[in-house]
Design a protein around this ligand. Structure first.
Ligand code: NI
Length: 185
């Protein structure tokens, strides 16, 4: 099932998401639906709050970006109860976008290395290091679990320039080829 993607302005995008246990109802179906929704919208990552569920679960499949960074070859993951242990390394600036903010792409500075704990789809525990674009993609999705959007991290000047545009997007003024859900007016 393809979920509608919640758009900036939706309160669920600003909540801190909660851990779940392995008996979470219909978990494997939910994970399948998350992947289906992500592929349908041509995203490389999707966090549960973006489909209206405030739980600490993200899906990522960046394997199609292997040409940009060979490290992405294996970056297909489900991360449940994700918790960032460490962010380190240099700050790198790179353009990002987000399915919840259609049509906007902006430079975001992020640390180059991370260490993150999570459980996979089989509820096996992992404690892993990532770097480069993998670290960036994971941080972007992880931020959704803490109610943070990439437009929170852009320069003060760009924020001011974009303010009106983001408000318009929250009211539905954008084009997207996937199903979306706006905040109730
Ligand atoms: Ni996003």
């Amino acid at each position: 099932m393809i979920f509608p993607v919640s758009i900036i302005g939706s309160p669920v995008l600003r909540k801190t998401a909660k851990d779940i246990d392995k008996d979470y109802k219909d978990l494997s179906k939910f994970i399948d639906d998350m992947f289906e929704t992500m592929y349908d919208s041509d995203g490389v990552g999707l966090a549960a709050p973006q489909v209206g569920k405030s739980i600490r679960l993200v899906v990522i499949d960046a394997t199609t970006l292997e040409e940009d960074d060979p490290g992405l070859k294996d970056l297909k993951k489900v991360m449940i109860n994700a918790h960032m242990i460490e962010r380190s390394g240099e700050f790198v600036n790179m353009e990002e976008g987000c399915l919840s903010i259609p049509g906007i792409r902006e430079d975001v500075k992020r640390e180059d290395k991370i260490r993150i704990e999570y459980y996979d789809e089989n509820f096996e525990f992992h404690d892993e290091y990532f770097e480069g674009i993998s670290a960036r993609i994971i941080q972007h999705e992880y931020d959704h679990l803490d109610g943070v959007l990439f437009t929170d991290k852009i320069s003060a000047l760009r924020k001011r320039i974009l303010k009106g545009k983001l408000q318009a997007i929250s009211k539905g003024k954008f084009d997207a080829h996937y199903k979306v859900r706006l905040a109730k007016a």
